[in-house]
Design a protein. Structure first.
Length: 251
């Protein structure tokens, strides 16, 4: 994970060693978890730093989605600014007391959300995948109120949400269901039946590319990014894809 940046896009030796150590741990954990709980995981390219970002994202998503609780306010909202897909994902999940703030623990039902946001650092803009987390007290309060659950639980809150990956160019989520023959097809939103799987695609920029993207406009549309339809031709971009089960369904 990228913790900070020194001048000219470089990193200090201590930062780099710390990043590599944490990345190695994440890789080992993720490899085991995705092999048993995720449907599949694939990547293109060989950039080690981007690999750590991708593994960290899918490990966290798998943990949240493995205990997902379906409700009618499931949020999967996709937009395409300048052809780079940005999906907002929000759902309820069951987490133990140890994963929550003790002062706000009233049960195991919590809310999590994922979305792309730009963070300013040392005069530069870095595009990040954010994770929002709401404790059980906030979750139950939202469910009991007459106001929109999505607005209360899944709306970005900069003071509470944290980045889980840096240099994220695109985050795309497609809900899927299995047919009677076992094939996957698009899930049609409804209040009673959850998706079986989420097809998640993540595109991450290399550190060298990140150093050339200085503003939100650069991240939206830059000659260094190229075209979204030709990601495989850009050596500074890597794409990761995973199929992760929604909840504990045996399907």
């Amino acid at each position: 994970m990228i913790a900070s940046r020194s001048t000219q896009g470089g990193f200090t030796l201590v930062e780099l060693m710390f990043s590599m150590a944490i990345g190695s741990i994440v890789l080992l954990l993720a490899a085991g978890m995705l092999g048993t709980s995720g449907e599949s995981y694939s990547r293109v390219g060989n950039n080690v730093a981007s690999e750590r970002e991708g593994r960290a994202v899918f490990t966290t998503l798998q943990q949240d989605l493995s205990a997902a609780v379906f409700q009618k306010d499931l949020l999967i909202q996709t937009e395409n600014p300048e052809a780079w897909t940005k999906t907002k994902l929000g759902f309820l999940t069951s987490l133990p007391e140890a994963s929550q703030d003790s002062a706000d623990f009233v049960g195991d039902l919590c809310a999590v959300s994922y979305y792309i946001a730009d963070i300013s650092h040392n005069g530069k803009v870095v595009r990040c995948l954010m994770r929002g987390f709401r404790n059980s007290r906030q979750t139950f309060s939202a469910l009991r109120s007459d106001n929109s659950v999505q607005d209360q639980l899944f709306a970005p809150q900069g003071t509470l949400d944290e980045p889980i990956a840096f240099g994220v160019v695109s985050f795309k989520v497609i809900p899927r269901v299995r047919t009677n023959t076992g094939a996957l097809t698009d899930w049609q939103p409804n209040p009673t039946t959850p998706p079986d799987l989420l097809e998640i695609t993540l595109t991450v920029a290399s550190r060298s590319l990140m150093s050339r993207l200085n503003s939100t406009n650069d991240w939206n549309s830059s000659p260094f990014l190229g075209q979204s339809s030709k990601i495989s031709e850009n050596k500074d971009l890597e794409t990761f894809k995973a199929f992760i089960r929604f909840g504990n369904s045996a399907s």
